[in-house]
Structure formats: C-alpha cells, structure tokens
Design a protein around this ligand. Structure first.
Ligand SMILES: NC(=O)c1ccc[n+]([C@@H]2O[C@H](COP(=O)([O-])OP(=O)(O)OC[C@H]3O[C@@H](n4cnc5c(N)ncnc54)[C@H](OP(=O)(O)O)[C@@H]3O)[C@@H](O)[C@H]2O)c1
Length: 250
C-alpha cells in the first residue's frame, strides 16, 4: 500500500507508527477488516465510504448475500450472511432497526479478531417502528439495552447522523465546515479506535462519556441530527435532559 493509492492517508508511515504508539489501539493506516450488519441507509453508506478508504468490508442484511450483489459490485464489499460478517473483523457495525437486535443470530461475533470493537448506530423509535420496549421506557439507555442483547460492549456512534451526510459532509481535518459526531462507550480503547475511524471518514468527534451517559445523544436530544463542530456538539451534549421526550415513548 502506498500513500498514492490511499491519498486520504498521506502523511507517511511515521504518522501511522506514532498514532499506534500514542493510542495503543489498532495501527491506523492499515486496511482494517470491518463487518457491517445491516445494509440499509446507514450500513450501505458506511460500506461505500469505508471501501473507498481502502478497508475490507463484509456486509450482511436479513435477506441474504444474494440480495446484496448490487452494493457489492458498486463498492467491492463482500456480501455475506449475518453470521459471517464479523469473521476476522476488527470492527463490527450493528446497524439494524432496534427491534431486530434480539433477532440477530447467535454466534454473531464468532471468529472476530481479538479485541474487536462493536459500533452501535441504533435508535429506539417506539411509535414509528420498534414498538414498546419496557426496559428502555423505564430509563435504560438504548445502547445499554442493545449491548445486553449482543453480549458484547458497544460504542455508540452515528446514531444521530443523517445517513446521506456520511457521503456528502465528510471534510478533511481542519476544514471549517467539518462537523463533529458524539461517541459514547465504556471501553476507552474501543472508543479511541472508533474515533480514529470516524476521523478517517472525515468527521471530528466528541467524547460523550460512558454508555450510562449515552441518553445525551438519543433521538430528540439537542445533539441528535446536529450539524456543528466540536464546540457546538459539546454544548448540545451538556444541554441534554435525561427525561425521555413524550414523542419517543410508547
Ligand atoms: N437512516 C438514518 O439516517 C439513520 C441515522 C442514524 C441512525 N440510524 C439508526 O441506525 C439503524 C439502521 O438504520 P437504517 O436507516 O440504515 O435502517 P434501514 O435502512 O431500515 O436498514 C436496516 C438494515 O438492517 C437489516 N436487518 C434487519 N433485520 C436484520 C437481521 N435480523 N439480520 C441482519 N440484518 C437485518 C435490513 O436487512 P433487509 O433489508 O434484508 O431486511 C437492512 O439492511 C436504525 O436503528 C436507525 O434508527 C438511522
């Protein structure tokens, strides 16, 4: 791999080495193996951008790989069954309707790389889509609920990002129009890896704390759908209320 082949990663190998040393995370700059479970608005656009950045992406939906040939031909991603998506993956993205999380097959993460990180993009839309989920109505943060079903820690990211923005609003670091995304999670190493990946995708990030704080970025919060930089996102997170809005209750 040469920087010419991956112009988004210019800066030389020294940068990769120093980033690796600084974070003790995965070495940034190597093409990662990424599994994406869900190939809709978010999963499809993450597949497009992550393959464009040179990562090796396996993508799955509920209907099987034969229904993903168009996306695969467009992007070079591998269309696979949901149980195959995480094989060898260093990062796995779960991006399905929240109500589908308990239906995901067991052994979903079998064969994932050691230390793999799971990104949860999901939101609870009780009235329009997901139906009533008692634990969430009783105050459990949405991602904590998802994490319990998945049986693996999650990093909450992209949940308040318009899917189209993943394609249209990425900007190089330092660009005054670069927007920031909140990232929440308990696993600090995992959060670092996800923040580096989002940086590579063309967005700044703000550390939104642990998963118990992740209600700050749930639907209808001030940061949800916000298109501002780190300062605006930090303020919006601070202004959030733990009270679940009426329109997001069932
Ligand atoms: N749309 C947005 O702009 C946006 C923004 C931020 C966050 N989100 C959140 O991110 C999640 C995904 O949203 P989306 O808009 O991308 O959804 P979507 O367009 O409806 O796509 C959902 C995907 O999940 C797949 N899926 C459903 N059940 C599955 C199962 N049991 N096993 C494997 N795959 C399964 C679907 O496959 P089939 O088509 O084969 O059924 C489909 O590919 C949601 O929780 C949403 O609230 C969405």
């Amino acid at each position: 791999m040469s920087p010419a082949e991956y112009p988004h990663r210019t800066g030389g190998w020294l940068r990769y080495v120093s980033r690796y040393t600084a974070t003790q995370g995965l070495p940034e700059g190597h093409p990662m193996k990424i599994g994406i479970i869900g190939a809709g608005n978010i999963g499809g656009n993450l597949t497009r951008r992550l393959t464009a950045l040179g990562h090796e992406v396996s993508v799955a939906n509920s209907r099987g790989p034969a229904t993903l040939t168009e996306l695969a031909e467009e992007t070079g991603a591998h269309p696979v069954a949901a149980t195959e998506a995480a094989r060898g993956a260093e990062v796995v993205v779960v991006t399905v309707p929240l109500k589908a999380v308990p239906d995901l097959p067991s052994g979903l993460f079998d064969g994932a790389a050691e230390g793999f990180v799971v990104i949860d993009t999901n939101n609870y839309y009780p009235r329009q889509r997901d139906g009533r989920i008692a634990e969430i109505e009783d105050g459990l943060p949405e991602s904590r609920w998802t994490e319990r079903h998945l049986g693996h820690p999650v990093i909450k990211a992209f949940n308040g990002t318009y899917a189209q923005d993943i394609l249209d609003r990425h900007r190089p670091a330092g660009d005054p129009e670069r927007i920031a995304l909140p990232v929440a999670g308990d696993d600090e190493r995992g959060k670092r890896i996800v923040r580096e990946l989002i940086d590579e995708l063309g967005f700044d990030t703000v550390d939104a704390g642990g998963l118990d704080e992740s209600w700050r970025q749930q639907p209808d919060s001030p940061v949800y759908g916000l298109r501002e930089g780190t300062e605006g996102v930090t303020k919006a997170l601070a202004a959030a209320s733990p009270e679940r809005p009426e329109t997001f209750r069932a």
